[in-house]
Design a protein around this ligand. Structure first.
Ligand code: URA
Length: 224
């Protein structure tokens, strides 16, 4: 009887802790203006972001790079942060890495207009330095809101930052890539960042395996 009572108390405590966590998360989303956004679609997420000054990157960016492509895409690609060309144009993946990305997509029969492309950070870090944890913390809720809004079949992350941010895990990309993972009810496949592939062409064979996984997943979904 006592043991049973202890079990119940434990479950109640765990449930209260989860509810508190959920409440804090909703309060956080409300503060960011991201709570209850689904109705507003991607433009709702964009207007919540506004002329963002939530972190230091606002001082040095030229343009916010929100994301572009098909708002009803079955595949969303997530990179790290805009580079110089993206900062200049406001469009994701238009520089050298973007050109390679376009070729990678074409290799599995996808056009850029078929997919939606965005980044963990919406503003360029000076000299393309790595994103700082506080930048990822304030910016990633907008990425997550984009994904919840589009709700694609599959998210393809490019590079370690995107994979770690969405999976909530640290660790080397080599441990995350090459298999089907899950993010919030969507399939997630992690692969190398195209900038890394430009510097390390030897890794292209592995990236090709990841792309074939993506193609297989899309085919499988078509048939079910
Ligand atoms: N690298 C990224 O991660 N994203 C871009 O948009 C461009 C380069």
């Amino acid at each position: 009887m006592e043991l049973k009572q202890m079990g119940t108390n434990d479950s109640t405590r765990r449930l209260s802790a989860h509810l508190l966590e959920l409440k804090l998360h909703l309060m956080h989303l409300k503060r960011l203006g991201l709570y209850g956004l689904k109705k507003g679609g991607l433009s709702g997420v964009r207007s919540s972001l506004g002329e963002c000054h939530r972190c230091e990157l606002a001082q040095t960016r030229r343009n916010i790079v929100f994301g572009n492509g098909n708002p009803r895409a079955r595949v969303v690609l997530v990179g790290e942060a805009p580079g110089a060309e993206e900062d200049r144009t406001g469009i994701a993946f238009v520089g050298a890495a973007g050109k390679l990305l376009t070729r990678m997509l074409a290799a599995i029969g996808l056009d850029r207009d078929d997919v939606y492309i965005c980044n963990v950070l919406k503003c360029r870090p000076p000299n393309n330095r790595d994103p700082l944890p506080e930048e990822v913390a304030v910016c990633s809720p907008f990425l997550k809101a984009q994904l919840e809004t589009i709700h694609p079949d599959l998210v393809l992350t490019l590079g370690a930052y995107a994979a770690r941010t969405l999976l909530g895990r640290e660790g080397a990309l080599s441990r995350l890539r090459g298999r089907r993972l899950q993010y919030s009810g969507m399939k997630l496949i992690a692969t190398y960042h195209p900038s890394y592939l430009l510097r390390n062409p030897g890794a292209k064979a592995e990236a090709w395996k990841d792309l074939k996984l993506v193609a297989g997943e899309l085919d499988r979904r078509k048939m079910t």
